[in-house]
Design a protein around this ligand. Sequence first.
Ligand code: KOT
Length: 839
Amino acid sequence: DEVTGKEKWPRGEEAVWKAGLRDVDAEEKTITNSIVNHVQTSLARQAYNLDNLGAYQAVALSVRDDLIINWNETQLTYSRKAPKRAYYLSLEFLMGRSLDNSILNLGLKDKYAGGVDKLGFNLEDLLDQERDAALGNGGLGRLAACLLDSSSTQELPVWGYGLRYKYGIFKQLISPEGQQLEAPDPWLDHQNPWELPRLDVIYDVRFYGEAKRSSDGSGRAEWSGGQEVVAQAYDVPIPGYHTKNTNNLRLWESKPKSGFDLNSFNAGNYEGAIESSNSAAAITSVLYPNDNTSFGKELRLKQQYFWTAASLADIMRRFKNQDKPISAFPEFIAVQLNDTHPTLAIPELMRILIDEEDQTWDKAWDIVTNTFFYTNHTVLPEALEKWPVPLLQHVLPRHMQIIFDINLFFMGQVEKKFPGDRERLARMSLIEEGSPQQVRMAHLACIGSRRVNGVAELHSDLVKTTILKDFVEFYGISRFGNVTNGITPRRWLDQCNPTLSALISSTLKIPKEVWLKDLPKLEGLLAHVDDPELAKTWAEIKQANKERLAHWVQVNLGLKINTNVMYDIQIKRLHEYKRQTLNILGVIHRYLQLKALTPEERKKTNRKAVFFAGKAAPGYYIAKLTIRLIVNVARIINADKDTNEFLSLYFLPDYSVSLAEVLIPSSDISQHISTAGTEASGTSNMKFCLNGGLLLGTVDGANIEIAEEVGESNVFFFGHLTPDVEDLRYQHQYHAIPIEEKCPALANVLNAVSGGLFGDGGVYEPLLNTIRQGDHYLLTDDFDSYIQALAMVDVAYLDQKEWIKKSIRTTAKMGKFSTDRAIQDYAQEYWNIESAKVE
Ligand code: KOT
């Protein structure tokens, strides 16, 4: 209850429940019966004496029953048809909530809403009880979740493999000073109805110990000793949209191999007894909270191996059930590596084939290099994984041997193709020299895979011309491709913006069941761009979505926000390359300008509210300082009576998939303003545009392809281009121009911050110094054109009629960016798999 903060329960009376169950239609009756049954049996609670959480759980269990039936039929179909299957290995799956998505995909939302209503509950309130499954950091993890949705929808035999972290991405709190604080995310504290524990699907995984090469010349080795840990499977059904196909996401949990050591326990050594059991459980205890940075920590290495070893053992067991010769492995199996995180799968499959399956090196390598595919998601040097040789040798001695052997063969081939080119050998080697030596995982992923792809056109070009240039020269260009990212329009339009979805269906005169599976059909909206009725309703929906967001902010943060202004949103992980700093400095610039105007002049300006949300990695000092600056600028300008009618600013804490679902449909303009060449793709840009929000961005990542689709007149571009970046950075190093000279507007803003306009300026010196010295992300180069672009946005927004047309045109041209298209690209151009419909 919004007013008292308490739920009203007991809810209704037994008689009402029973009456309610009588006058419902057949399908609704099945649903209410199933819910009541779960309340009374699975939850062991009284039917008419139940809070919203209990009701949510009962509804979820009822939906799960349907999913399990479809899941079973799907697996049966795949086994009978025995098609080639693909496995998507990702350390992150940022799933968000499942209930709403499941009933929409099953086509049962109206029935559930009706049934739940008969029992005295409101479905939307129940949906709100669910915790997000936040097993990811950002774009890479959410992409994995969208691709799974599309794999089921496209009826493709794909499984995901990941880790069942006990704690997902941390909960973000903001202190009174504006500092980010991190709290754990114990998302499994409520029972999780969306997973099925598989107590019988278990594998042993070894760490440490010794690897002894055999002396029989076979190339085999024996790996023994060390620590053994058990991997146990949990299955998460992934329903497709309006199809029975329900794929599987298999998540591994680590457990001690044999409980704790009873001998030491009996001898009184309690700590010793539980120590080894704790260290096993620790492997899947927590998601590493770094996005786009690699941290060479032993526990992270153990996560990577634990997960790849369990997944490959599971894949191998399923393959062997089919009684095919081992050489046929790549005809039945494709394994996609989501970034380099699962690259240990390459030496692990070599180990299985050589040490356990008696294959020769050449045969094993042939199987491996026809099985794996590698997607690169970043060219940022700090994100490219490198593991110290001594650490790998210690944790995975057999894999280190295999990696050295792969390198030896590979260096021989390079030497043959480019005789005497020692520098090339050093550049291409799997081993980077230094103390210590390090294994370059992107090189290993590249040479161990059939094909390699980037995630947007520009990014894929950069992969080919920078980090893997030598490999293009060695293998030829055809090994390297592009699959531009996408998003699932089910969650990111139909679920988060149901009124817009309904308007689109009625305008196109096509049922949503059709166009949501065939997104290019949106183009039909173009024929109606000049329809004033459509424009009016389109604008009303945007307005209602702003009010929904304002309501959310009121309820959750206790703030009242104006809904009659432009909503300008930047929501993503905090990172210097994403340049939230550019945005906040632009806000300060606008504030200073407003202050300098007369009240009459101010009234002619475009009014706006600026929103930020996003988490900073706990160890990323500059990113955290940026949050602190945003929060303190908000404090000052929201309290300034001269200007707050025209400009307000909000940092919404604890960004999540669920919060994104409220924010995205409300935006008029969203910002995607990375330094050119740094954002591989971005996917929230697609979500905003699909919901009719316009884009303000740099010429980077998927922004470029969005502009190609919607037309340059419907996006606001600014800033330097990728080919300029190297040179500009060089200028900063060797021919630095003082900021006052180069960019006086920016200098003025920096002085306002230093001077204490937003609290002690000294606090922000380290952040400001990243701009004054070096300015790696080119704020001094792009600030002026950024301010100009913002001014163009203001002018455009004041012409509401034209703005709405731009908005409709934008949605109309987003068809390319469905993950249905992306998953089909992977299926056809990479994995060579076909769909297998469940009848
Ligand atoms: C790298 C290391 C650790 C954790 C995450 C990464 C990472 C994330 N690398 N790239 N990404 C993002 O992936 C998205 C999906 O492809 C892209 O849209 C986005 O531009 C990348 O930054």
